[in-house]
Design a protein. Structure first.
Length: 409
């Protein structure tokens, strides 16, 4: 049997066994694939920047189970060190963003959200853009079964680290999933979906994916999970490629204020090209969350993961470390700080393509938020980020400072 087809069959068999066991940043950092799910962290609650507290009445009650939640947002940023298309030097710009949003809730289980935004730059080398984001989410519970649906659409033209320039992207994603609880300790989940991505920089592509999870609760403090996954990507005018992964995760909560998780596994990627190469990446995940007080939380995460490059016939080996602190001050102010480091190594999936690129990305961000009125919130923010790439044209050092305002029902 063709090994390219045999591998997904093995993983899909594993999924079948699980299912039948009983019968706005200025510069966007790399989007690492979450192959291992870290333990859920408990953070100091942020201010309601998009919605008022639960129970607050809204004049947009449509009758029955339907409730409308409108919102408006505005941000003004000053940024320097921005990568500019076709220029060796970095630029600076004032960046204004005006957004609106509308969320329609149908009871507690269904929600439809749409948000357009307009982004304007004072630097003529950067293109102003109108961005769109829409999402439909739903959950259906029946006895021991739970089903979920997620449909999303996004259109943007932001600066991303991988291309070191403004990059227009459109993505359309659909995800269907279900889980069954065999007992208070054992639960099995299966999900599948597809994702379409178009961009003027790279060929269009569609990814089909399937994931499974076998979750077992050893005790009130310890849980285990086994997670197989498979994905197949169809690329226009380029070889298709596939990826499969298998990982295991243990989560432990020794105390109410402390939780930890540790996971490991592997990810393997290959392409249908005659010159194709197999790339196998070890996976590792560690997460620690500590909440010494109701108003304070600290989290540390480390992950090694594999990802799909924005460019064709390339994969990435990612190492990410993040330390975050959240603190509520004087009862009404919310402060957060995050220091993140990412090392991303690019690898070729075909022998005819030589790839020699490694990015070392660091970001330090601060945010202070509060509510001015019942529905009006304000945030002050500052971020410093840099990329030390072995390809000098992709390196940058940037600082961004600004203010955000949000009014929401």
């Amino acid at each position: 049997m063709n090994t390219f087809l045999a591998r997904p069959l093995v993983l899909l068999l594993a999924l079948g066994l699980l299912s039948t066991a009983k019968s706005q940043n200025v510069i966007l950092a790399p989007e690492a694939e979450a192959l291992l799910t870290p333990v859920q962290r408990k953070a100091a609650p942020p201010p309601p920047l998009s919605r008022p507290p639960a129970g607050t009445e809204t004049p947009f009650q449509l009758g029955g189970i339907f409730v409308l939640h409108p919102r408006l947002g505005f941000s003004q940023m000053r940024a320097d060190g921005l990568p500019l298309l076709g220029q060796a030097t970095r630029g600076e710009s004032d960046i204004s963003s005006l957004s609106a949003g509308l969320t329609l809730d149908a009871g507690e289980n269904w929600s439809l959200d749409y948000s357009p935004s307009r982004v304007n730059y004072s630097n003529n080398a950067l293109a102003d853009s109108t961005q769109h984001s829409a999402r439909l989410r739903g959950v259906l519970n029946w006895q021991d079964w739970s089903f979920n649906f997620n449909q999303s659409y996004n259109k943007s033209n932001q600066i991303i680290v991988e291309t070191a320039q403004q990059t227009d992207r459109k993505t359309l994603s659909t995800q269907l999933g279900g889980s069954y609880r065999f007992s208070p300790k054992l639960q099995v989940s299966l999900s599948g979906g597809w994702n379409d991505r178009t961009s003027s920089l790279t060929p269009d592509q569609r990814t089909y994916s399937a994931q499974g999870a076998l979750n077992y609760l050893l005790s009130d403090q310890v849980s285990l999970s086994l997670n197989p996954a498979y994905a197949y990507t169809v690329v226009d005018a380029a070889p298709d490629y596939a990826s499969e992964s298998l990982s295991a995760l243990i989560s432990w909560q020794p105390a109410e204020k402390l939780s930890l998780s540790l996971g490991a596994g592997f990810d393997s990627r290959s392409t249908q090209a005659s010159s194709g190469l197999d790339q196998t990446t070890p996976l590792l995940n560690f997460a620690l969350s500590y909440t010494p007080f109701e108003t304070t939380s600290l989290s540390i995460t480390y992950a090694r993961s594999a990802g799909a490059s924005f460019f064709t016939s390339q994969a990435t080996d990612n190492r990410n470390l993040s330390i975050s602190l959240s603190q509520r001050l004087l009862g009404r102010f919310y402060f957060s700080a995050t220091n993140a480091k990412n090392r991303r190594t690019y690898e070729s999936l075909v022998s005819t393509l030589a790839v020699n690129r490694e990015d070392k990305i660091e970001a330090l961000s601060f945010r202070l938020s509060t509510r001015l009125l019942e529905r009006l919130s304000v945030s002050l923010l500052h971020q410093e980020s840099k990329n030390r790439s072995n390809l000098a044209a992709l390196s940058y050092t940037s600082r961004q400072t600004g203010i955000e305002l949000s009014y929401a029902y």
